[in-house]
Design a protein around this ligand. Structure first.
Ligand SMILES: CC(C)(COP(=O)(O)OP(=O)(O)OC[C@H]1O[C@@H](n2cnc3c(N)ncnc32)[C@H](O)[C@@H]1OP(=O)(O)O)[C@@H](O)C(=O)NCCC(=O)NCCS
Length: 146
């Protein structure tokens, strides 16, 4: 598998993949591809970096990350294209990310939506353990006091 850092010219392709990621993980983000492209371009011009992983000439996976305020690597997005899943591409891409992209000794953190069971299983298989849990209370929802 080959890899390279993405640049601004990749913002459209990344945005399309980002749209697929949002759908697959069941995220509430309502942005369309144009908006995602603008956001991706803004990120790449700012503190985020992205990596594209290719098999032959085809993009198999991508990752978006930044160094956070606590000196950790925050892996914001990680995605393997649908038709290449469960063939070890995610594992390979993450191995490259961890060994060639992230400086040695850095802690990597990421969030997974609770309902995204496949991703949870994947990250646990990659050696991640539970660290924090985000709770939410939606507006208008009253606790059941009965
Ligand atoms: C999660 C994702 C990155 C995994 O990529 P992948 O290329 O399919 O993963 P791999 O084939 O390398 O899997 C490695 C191991 O992870 C685990 N795993 C991966 N996907 C899994 C799933 N859907 N269910 C259970 N275990 C899974 C397995 O242990 C697997 O090993 P095995 O196939 O020998 O059993 C991919 O499914 C994806 O892009 N999903 C949509 C986007 C997403 O949810 N991203 C993560 C957001 S936090």
């Amino acid at each position: 598998m080959q890899w390279r850092f993405a640049d601004l010219d990749d913002a459209h392709e990344l945005a399309v993949l980002n749209g697929e990621l949002i759908a697959d993980e069941g995220h509430r983000n309502p942005m369309g591809v144009q908006e995602l492209e603008r956001r991706m371009a803004r990120w790449l011009e700012g503190e985020y970096r992205a990596v594209l992983f290719q098999t032959g000439t085809e993009v198999a996976a991508y990752a978006v990350f930044r160094d956070d305020e606590q000196g950790r690597v925050h892996l914001r997005q990680f995605y393997v294209v649908r038709h290449l899943r469960r063939r070890g591409f995610g594992h390979d891409a993450f191995r490259i990310f961890r060994t060639a992209v992230v400086p040695e000794g850095k802690r990597i953190v990421l969030e997974v939506l609770t309902a995204n069971r496949g991703a949870l299983a994947f990250w646990r298989a990659m050696g991640f353990t539970d660290y924090a849990i985000t709770l939410e209370r939606l507006p208008g929802e009253e606790p059941d006091t009965t």
